[in-house]
Write a protein that binds this ligand. Structure first.
Ligand code: BGC
Length: 482
């Protein structure tokens, strides 16, 4: 009964009762087993810890932006060469490619004033290609593009294309991006150090049956910012909390020392932070848990993308699983009796975390199904409470770290009213993520700054088309001027 009553309170907490959140939280925590609560302490960051992280993050951003410190900086702060946000006058047909999220997609987008029409197709990237050669990868991308343009019967037109390539790129211009390193599940040979636009163009030439004009290569966070800015002119930050984690924001050109293009008149440039790499120099070690270290050790890129591994969907389920495994082996969960699946790396999916936290008060409907699937039918009511608590600790910490990063940007930008565009599967599907972030940013942020979080409608696809459209508009303007 007590568990049911407290669970009702807990669900309220996730929805609206932000002010009374802490009081409810304390009540909920009281029904979690003492040992589990104690052992999860290191997964909970108080505001002092978050403020410390914010200070270090700000310092990292400054180091990324400055020419002298950039080479050794971990948060790279790459200028994107996207200087202008869409103004609603963009028109025409555009193609877009979206590589680096959960799926690979090809899109055809038609813009006219406020109007937006989009057709898209998802293609699989088999694992042998994700880990194969660069040439194979780009041949596969070109093949998917060719199939799509033929299906849409635009193979005879030379359409402008925006390429969303969601990996760290050192950009030398809007259409030149040198891959710094692979992240997430990708590790193709012979791409690091090369221009991915050139590799795409070469693959298309090798086929000879499609014609495109690559107008821009961009990060998914930039696409997110652009797609939100198209609808809301206060949007100045784009954030991804999905398979990976990253963010971008609008910076003054004078602060972006690496930006060396002609000023197109805005005085601004979008900076791709590559903040997933925050912590790669050990500066977050004071806050990392044994689960973080274990996840990193078994990843395909140990020592890299440290903040990403604490926040993003590629790792969240595994963080929870490691805690569950440990506590079970210590006899604190499931009567000390685990299962082969519980002990299998990668087998506790991130979507389970969202599903478990979506359960109605006191019912544990989704959780029962998940635990059964994992061979843990013998779980008790107390186990359900404990498992949910562990999921919450991990997802709350992710939301709080993302909030600390966003607040740092809000303070740095010094604008009075900023909308933050956000995309990514974790943010989209976790039932309480947005509320957790709203609550935490409100606590951490200077109260004179007004902010809002806006879910992006397909930032990677729509954003790529918009960047291509803005670039096409600028090209035309430049041609008219000469
Ligand atoms: C990549 C970023 C990307 C983010 C989200 C990270 O692993 O380095 O470029 O924006 O994932 O997709």
């Amino acid at each position: 009964m007590r568990i049911k009553r407290v669970m009702t309170i807990l669900n309220d907490l996730g929805r609206v009762e932000l002010d009374r959140g802490n009081q409810h939280r304390a009540e909920y925590e009281s029904i979690v087993s003492n040992e589990i609560r104690e052992k999860c302490r290191d997964l909970i960051y108080d505001n002092e810890t978050l403020k410390k992280i914010m200070n270090i993050f700000l310092d990292n951003i400054k180091r990324g932006l400055a020419k002298a410190t950039h080479p050794d900086a971990t948060v790279k702060c790459f200028p994107t060469y996207v200087q202008d946000l869409p103004d609603g006058t963009e028109t025409g047909k555009f193609l877009a490619l979206d590589l680096g999220g959960t799926n690979f997609r090809v899109l055809l987008i038609e813009l006219s004033g406020e109007h937006f029409e989009m057709k898209s197709k998802i293609f699989a990237i088999p694992q042998h290609i994700m880990l194969g050669s660069g040439e194979q990868l780009f041949d596969h991308i070109a093949e998917c593009l060719a199939i799509f343009v033929k299906e849409e019967q635009v193979q005879h037109e030379t359409l402008p294309l925006g390429f969303t390539f969601s990996f760290p790129l050192a950009q030398k211009g809007l259409t030149v991006g040198i891959l710094e390193r692979w992240t997430k599940g990708f590790n193709c040979s012979n791409v690091v150090g090369n221009d991915v636009v050139q590799m795409l163009n070469e693959a298309i030439e090798r086929r000879g049956d499609v014609h495109i004009d690559v107008m821009a290569v961009l990060n998914d966070s930039t696409g997110t910012l652009m797609s939100c800015a198209w609808l809301n002119k206060n949007c100045r930050i784009g954030i991804i909390i999905g398979t990976g984690n990253n963010g971008c924001y609008v910076e003054k050109q004078e602060n972006a020392e690496l930006f060396d293009d002609n000023d197109m008149g805005s005085g601004k440039v979008i900076i791709n932070l590559e903040m997933g790499a925050f912590g790669d120099d050990g500066c977050l070690d004071f806050a990392r848990t044994e689960y973080d270290k274990e996840v990193d050790k078994h990843s395909i890129n140990p020592g890299k993308q440290i903040q990403e591994k604490m926040i993003s969907g590629m790792y969240m389920g595994e963080l929870v699983r490691l805690a569950l495994e440990k506590f079970t082996k210590e006899g604190l969960l499931f009567g000390g009796k685990g299962s082969d699946l519980l002990y299998e790396r990668g087998r506790f999916y991130t979507k389970y975390v969202s599903e478990i936290e979506s359960d109605e008060p006191g019912l544990f409907t989704n959780q029962k199904e998940i635990l059964e699937e994992l061979g843990l039918k013998h779980a008790s009511e107390q186990d359900y409470v404990n498992v949910r608590f562990i999921c919450e600790c991990v997802s709350r910490r992710a939301a709080h770290l993302a909030s600390a990063a966003i607040t740092t940007l809000l303070h740095k930008m010094d604008e009075k009213k900023v909308t933050v565009g956000i995309d990514g599967s974790v943010y989209r599907y976790h039932p309480h993520f947005k509320n957790l972030m709203m609550e935490k940013i409100r606590e951490l942020c200077d109260p004179s700054i007004e902010f809002d979080l806006m879910l992006s409608e397909d930032g990677s696809g729509r954003g790529a088309a918009l960047v291509a459209a803005v670039a096409a508009r600028q090209k035309k303007k430049a041609q008219q001027a000469t």
